[in-house]
Each structure stands twice: as structure tokens, then as C-alpha cells.
Design a protein around this ligand. Structure first.
Ligand SMILES: NC(=O)c1ccc[n+]([C@@H]2O[C@H](COP(=O)([O-])OP(=O)(O)OC[C@H]3O[C@@H](n4cnc5c(N)ncnc54)[C@H](O)[C@@H]3O)[C@@H](O)[C@H]2O)c1
Length: 283
């Protein structure tokens, strides 16, 4: 493979549609797969709407938007991703679900194709295990919203082939991201610090230290964080962060990551943050 050109995305939720957006805008052909037609259509509609906003704000030229949309297609069969150079998974943060998907993809994609996971915390080695060619597996951890955030955290485990890392770093630059390369360790370089702060902020709300608004204001104005930890938890999704917290508490043997009771309660009530309309804030 000379350059990564054909991209497959599995899961068109918060992250998947954003990865599709930046890939198509950078000139790649993108096939976006989700579990049913309605979800595929919703993901494609979100890409379209964000590209429209980009045009309105003068960030995207109208002809770039038109070209990106022509490169983007939907898929409801995993087999439709067979010819891709790179398939990126962005399905829920559940190890067994990702493992099953990687086994299925491994049997479908062509030799030399790269399989990447957008996991926030899970072991890349565990996701890669059992496939025909585990050395083609790598982590590509994007940040939300993908079309705005500059960082791509690339995660390699001991088995990742150096050529796979080279390809992904070059592709990351092509889609306009700054990359960092991190070892396969629970939570990598980003989630380990970010989720720790988020869990502590939730415990502070629980203990009545201050309101969510004021805790966020403290970090924004006092520490120059662009977004406070509670607003960020809303943006990521409380359910997503809860799963990451449970995993990191176990893997790192560190109770700081244990999801607080308030978080479990909100998730139980369907208050997942921005995507459901309410979390620590109303959206
Ligand atoms: N939300 C964030 O801010 C964020 C940031 C970085 C990384 N991540 C990671 O990205 C991944 C996806 O998170 P998200 O927030 O986009 O989740 P999400 O819940 O918004 O979207 C998940 C999508 O996957 C689809 N899906 C579920 N099971 C599937 C399957 N078996 N095959 C194909 N599609 C399936 C769902 O229909 C949904 O569209 C997770 O691993 C998460 O940890 C999330």
C-alpha cells in the first residue's frame, strides 16, 4: 500500500461520524457502517450538517464540502468494507464487543489492510488477539468533536508492525491532526488523566463542594482548561466515561477511577449528557 486512501468506519455515533467527516474532507473515500439503515442515515446526515456549518463559518469551501460528500457512502454489511486500506472501529467501549468485531473484520479485509480502534482506554493487544494478522492492529484515539480537535493519539502494542505505525502517522498528518505515539497502557496518555479529573469533579458535586457550573468555571478560569471536567463529561457521554472508569479502576487498581454513585444514577435515568439532552447540564 502506498498511501491510505479507502477508509471504513464501523459505528457512526459521536466519534464515527466525525472520523468519517475529517477523512472525506482530506480526500479519502469513506464507507461508514452501522447496525441498521436508520443509524447509517443519521450519521451521514450529521456529517452533512457539520460540513454545512463549516461552509457557513468560512472554514470549508463549498466545493470541498461537495467533494467530501461524494467520497462518503453508507454501508450496512461489514463485507462492504472488504477493499478498505484502513478500517477504524468506533463502537461502544466494551472489550468483548470490540474483540468480536475485530475477528469478523480480520476475516473480511484484504491482506495488508490496517485495523484500528478508537478505544479510549481498552488494551489494543486484547482487541488484536486471535486474528489472522494481529500485527496490523493499532489504536487511533480521536477526540470529540473530531472535526475540531487537533489531537490524534496513536497507540501501539508490542505486536503492532512498525510499517502500520508509519502509515497511520502519515495519514494522521494528511487529515490535519497532530499525532502523539503512546504505548498500550490502560487509559493511554489522555483518558488516564482526563477521566481521573472527571471522576473527582463528579465526587465534588456529590459532596456539595460547589455546583457543576462553578467547578467547571474553577478549572476554566483558574487552570485555563478550555472546557471544565463536568461539561466535558457531558460532551463525551456519561455512559462512555462510566465504562472507561470501571475498566481503569480495575486495570490500574486505582479507586480514583471508580465511577461515583451520582454518575451511575444519572446513567440509570438515561441522562447521558449532550447526546441525550441532559447530564450535568441541559443541552
Ligand atoms: N464520545 C467521546 O467523546 C469519545 C472520545 C474518544 C473515544 N471514544 C471511544 O469511541 C468509541 C465510540 O464511542 P462513541 O461516543 O462514538 O459511542 P456512541 O454510542 O455515540 O456510538 C456508537 C455507535 O456504534 C454503533 N454500534 C453499536 N454496536 C455496533 C456493532 N456491533 N457494529 C457496528 N456498530 C455498532 C451504534 O449504533 C452507535 O452508532 C468508544 O470506544 C469510546 O470509548 C469516545
Amino acid at each position: 500500500m502506498n498511501e491510505i486512501q479507502r477508509i471504513g468506519i464501523v459505528g457512526g455515533g459521536t466519534m464515527g461520524h466525525g472520523i468519517a467527516h475529517v477523512s472525506a474532507l482530506a480526500g479519502c473515500d469513506v464507507a461508514l457502517y452501522d447496525v441498521d439503515e436508520a443509524r447509517v442515515a443519521a450519521a451521514l446526515a450529521k456529517v452533512r450538517s457539520n460540513l454545512d456549518k463549516g461552509v457557513e463559518r468560512g472554514k470549508v469551501a463549498p466545493e470541498e464540502r461537495a467533494a467530501a460528500l461524494l467520497r462518503l457512502s453508507g454501508a450496512t454489511r461489514l463485507e462492504d468494507l472488504a477493499e478498505c486500506d484502513l478500517v477504524i472501529e468506533a463502537i461502544p467501549e466494551k472489550l468483548e464487543m470490540k474483540r468480536q468485531l475485530f475477528l469478523a473484520l480480520d476475516a473480511i479485509v484484504r491482506e495488508g489492510a490496517i485495523l484500528a480502534t478508537n478505544t479510549s482506554s481498552l488494551s489494543i493487544a486484547a482487541i488484536a488477539a486471535g486474528g489472522r494478522a494481529p500485527n496490523r492492529v493499532i489504536g487511533t484515539h480521536f477526540f470529540n468533536p473530531v472535526h475540531i480537535m487537533a489531537l490524534l493519539e496513536v497507540v501501539v502494542y508490542d505486536g503492532t508492525a512498525p510499517s502500520v505505525l508509519d502509515h497511520v502517522l502519515r495519514w494522521g498528518a494528511r487529515i490535519g491532526k497532530e499525532t502523539i505515539t503512546v504505548r498500550d497502557f490502560p487509559g493511554f496518555a489522555t483518558s488516564r488523566l482526563g477521566v481521573c479529573l472527571g471522576m473527582e469533579a463528579i465526587r465534588m458535586v456529590e459532596q456539595g463542594v460547589a455546583t457543576a457550573e462553578d467547578i467547571d468555571k474553577a478549572m476554566v478560569l483558574g487552570y485555563r482548561h478550555p472546557v471544565g471536567p463536568l461539561r466535558l463529561t457531558d460532551m463525551v457521554g456519561l455512559d462512555v466515561r462510566l465504562a472507561i472508569g470501571e475498566y481503569l479502576a480495575k486495570e490500574l487498581q486505582n479507586p480514583a477511577f471508580e465511577p461515583p454513585a451520582l454518575m451511575r444514577k444519572l446513567v440509570g435515568e438515561g441522562k447521558l449528557g449532550q447526546k441525550s439532552g441532559e447530564g450535568f447540564y441541559r443541552w
